[in-house]
Write a protein that binds this ligand. Sequence first.
Ligand code: GDP
Ligand code: MG
Length: 296
Amino acid sequence: MEDLSNLKQKIQNYQLEGQKLGDLGYTRILLQVCGSAGHGKSSLINSFMYALHDGQFSISAPVAQAEVSYGGLTTKRLPYELTKVITLVDNRGFGKSDNFEKEEVYTQLANLQDLNVDVEWIWCYEKRMEAVTNAANNTNDLLVPLYVHSIEEKIPENEKTEMKEFFKTTQKLTGFLPIIVLTKRLSGDAKNMRLQFEDMGMENIFEVENYTMKDDVKTPGKDKTFLSILSKLLDQVDFLANNRASTLDTPENEHKKRMQMLLKIAHDNDIQREKKKWMEENPQPKKPEKSNCRLL
Ligand SMILES: Nc1nc2c(ncn2[C@@H]2O[C@H](COP(=O)(O)OP(=O)(O)O)[C@@H](O)[C@H]2O)c(=O)[nH]1
Ligand SMILES: [Mg+2]
């Protein structure tokens, strides 16, 4: 089990202080767990905790009962401290992925929605601007996104382009392509699902069977998978520090940049909404049917 204890040590001893990112002012890594309701975000957080810390399996992040899983239990962004440096954030899951709801998800991913506060759906630009500019400036956080998708849930062909776009915007907002975690590994065709995410340009894809109340027996293989995901997270942070540090600003300036990007997204959505409203209020006269008659 040399491997497992090495992985644990790497995660537990990881420091930002005294490193390049620490010098810039970053003191905490927020692993931003996101994805649709019922796909296993909270269960993944519990699995990370269980794999890293010794002791009994316990539910840190509340999990939905299987039969009500699509309601989604998390209505706030809830933080769980994994180590002094790494905090796992259970973001509010999204349901259907239209633009406005994505705007909400981006607000959470960009850390412009405060932790521990109910996530409200906002449909108006002024309100969004007010909420975003009032969000706490957690200037010490480095944000890394992690996207959870259940292998049970097929991805409709017509949603793939939109999903790809979502991942790209997430990368622009945080500086990282999301780590992909495919849950419920034993409930479907994991290999095929992995290929679909590879085709969307994703690089770090993991298949897991979460620890749950029904299945909490520790195995070295499962522990290793969860610890490897956390290890990959740290490798990404190291890559940023060693190869891209010059592209990273202070936490305060990065926060401002994210705010500007988010407001632009919200503004574009607002224009779209107005356009739609106008079209509904001013129905266009139907184009005359093409006539076969010719004027002589
Ligand atoms: N079999 C299996 N069930 C899972 C797995 N992950 C989550 N679940 C179950 O799926 C349901 C929804 O999980 P939850 O973590 O609440 O999803 P969330 O809404 O994304 O936070 C719960 O009943 C979990 O026990 C997994 O990897 N395998
Ligand atoms: Mg949840």
